[in-house]
Design a protein around this ligand. Structure first.
Ligand code: GLC
Length: 563
């Protein structure tokens, strides 16, 4: 059996410093004109992806789903949503990707299935206490008549984490009966990971996709699978980690690691071993790195940079922490600014400095009208932050559309919104639709070349951000990403960095072992370059413009210096 660290396969380490591009399939490219992006749409854009210079694509779920949560409610883990294509289309997509040396990562959603999954349907028609119910978390309610949910747990999307069913079988048939647990939407019942059939079925799923040539997996809500459901259930009025030592009732429990050790055995059946990256929103402690150990998934997302304010000292300290974490785990670090769950980073950086997560949410709810944003500045900062990040050792996870400098669409018509958060909070929290609007490819075509009428409407300003409007245009965000990814490939070396110059609140400066240097000015005003820096070696500036004369770096700008 091979191992991710010791495999002698020549390409076993492809993931360690990969640039991974996240595709949200329904919003990427629509080949059949039904308004929903699809797998043939991805295949058709492989030339674009290859020219962009990425190493892998990660596809958010494309499985059969009623889309109660954008596909994270999976009906069948080993099939393709017919609206998005077929398994043949999937195979064709993988072949097209591999032909241009792009690896493929798929999303695995192990915390919950959808309520349309065959096993949940079986549980619904089975009596309380039956084996079919044991694969999920069905419990009697509290109160005289079981009319109260088994615990006070809220769901992540608002409302309670429990839904009561009307029994179909047993002595109470036809009457309200047990409750089932769903940490997310009602349509997403949580699996019972203590059940051997559940464990085995996910091994089957991993083998199914790995056998079709998939190179890796992104593991949804990895920290939540194993739960302490012993009675009485512990109180948790907020879905947060209450005790950060592996004994919390719901999150980051020690026993979850046995699950992933089992996955590692399965992924090591292949050569090169398959890789996986955990989505584990656990606080920064030495616990998060466990998911990333070579005996488990191999990598875990670090969202610290995504959450950090645009400040030199904060960015620097996040990088130091994450690299130290990677050293201990044996994984490579990961870096993310945007994904399908968060407000796009050029918009985040356009809000007034010091805006909190609550204020960001209020801004979205106000359809982006207040407080006023400075979009030009937001994009300038985003480009500088991206070049700061792409120079770092480790994997860079990019989200579709960020290479176009897309902003959040904060003012989608309310009737178009689909995020369960919007509905489950009675329209108090907007949710994530604004970063999921279908991409603009060609401003000369209907729907900006996406395909049919997009399932979420594109705003008028999307035309100006289309690929066609940026392709070959010096200084455009698209050309900046292309050059950056190209230079990154050429300059990438050992997985370490050295900080240069004295730490200041304004400027960071680091060097990779092969002499590649990255200098970022986080301040709004022009700053003096560190002494000893030779301006003639600047190969890329996040402004997209040549470095100005004088020994200076403009505000909110990153320079890359080649040896
Ligand atoms: C993850 C996904 C998110 C989804 C949730 C439930 O956080 O990234 O989109 O809603 O899990 O599956």
């Amino acid at each position: 059996m091979t191992d991710i660290l010791t495999s002698s396969h020549p390409e076993a380490n492809w993931w360690r410093q990969a640039a991974v591009y996240q595709i949200y399939p329904r919003s990427f490219s629509d080949a059949n004109g039904d308004g929903l992006g699809d797998l043939p749409g991805v295949t058709a854009r492989m030339g674009y992806l290859s020219a962009l210079g990425i190493d892998a694509i990660w596809l958010s779920p494309f499985y059969p789903s009623a889309l109660a949560d954008g596909g994270y409610d999976v009906d069948d883990y080993r099939s393709v949503d017919p609206r998005l294509g077929s398994l043949d289309d999937f195979d064709a997509m993988v072949a097209a990707a591999h032909a241009v040396n792009i690896r493929v990562i798929v999303d695995v959603v192990p915390n919950h299935s959808s309520n349309r999954h065959a096993w949940f349907q079986e549980a619904l028609v089975s009596a309380p206490g039956s084996p079919a119910r044991a694969r999920y978390h069905f419990h009697d309610g509290r109160g005289d008549d079981g009319e109260l949910p088994p615990s006070d747990w809220p769901s992540h999307f608002g409302g309670a984490a429990w839904t009561r069913v009307v029994e179909a079988a047993g002595p109470n048939a036809g009457r309200p009966g047990q409750w089932y647990l769903h940490l997310f939407a009602t349509e997403q019942p949580d699996w019972n990971w203590d059940h051997p059939e559940v464990r085995e079925d996910f091994h089957t799923t991993l083998r199914f996709w790995a056998g079709r040539g998939v190179d890796g997996f992104r593991v949804d809500v990895a920290h939540a699978l194993v739960k302490d459901m012993s009675m009485p259930l512990r109180s948790k009025p907020k879905l947060e980690i209450l005790v950060d030592d592996g004994t919390d009732a719901l999150f980051d429990r020690d026993a979850v690691h046995t699950v992933f050790e089992g996955w590692r055995q399965v992924m090591n059946e292949y050569d090169p071993p398959r890789i996986a990256v955990a989505e584990a929103w656990v606080p920064f402690t030495n616990r998060r790195l466990k998911y990333a150990r070579p005996t488990e998934l191999g990598q875990a997302f670090n969202f610290d940079l995504l959450q950090a304010p645009f400040k030199a000292a904060e960015f620097r300290s996040v990088v130091q922490k994450c690299l130290a974490e990677a050293d201990v785990s044996g994984a490579s670090s990961t870096w993310v600014f945007s994904n399908h769950d968060v407000v796009r980073h050029p918009s985040r950086y356009a809000l007034p400095d010091g805006s909190t997560a609550k204020e960001l949410e209020a801004w979205l709810l106000a359809d982006g009208a207040t407080p006023p944003t400075d979009l030009e500045r937001g994009l300038r900062r985003a480009r500088a932050a991206t070049l700061f990040m792409l120079g770092l050792p480790g994997s860079a996870y990019l989200y579709q559309g960020e290479e176009l400098g897309l902003f959040e669409v904060a003012d989608l018509p309310h009737e178009a919104l689909t995020d369960p958060t919007w509905f489950r909070t009675n329209h108090l929290v907007k949710g994530r639709d604004g970063c999921r609007v279908p991409l603009p490819w060609d401003d000369a075509e209907p729907n900006n070349g996406f395909g049919g009428t997009p399932w979420l409407p594109q705003p008028a300003w999307f035309a100006g951000k289309a690929v066609s409007a940026q392709d070959g245009v010096p200084g455009s965000t698209l050309e900046l990403y292309r050059s950056a990814l190209d230079w990154r490939r050429k300059l990438q070396g050992e997985e370490t960095l050295e900080w240069l110059s004295e730490p200041t609140d304004i400027v960071t400066h680091y060097r990779r072992p092969n002499g590649w240097e990255v200098i970022t000015n986080f301040g709004g005003a022009t700053a003096l370059l560190p002494s000893g820096v030779d301006l003639a070696t600047v190969v890329l500036a996040s402004s997209g413009e040549p470095a100005p004369a004088g020994h200076v770096i403009p505000g909110e700008t990153t320079f890359w210096l080649a040896p």
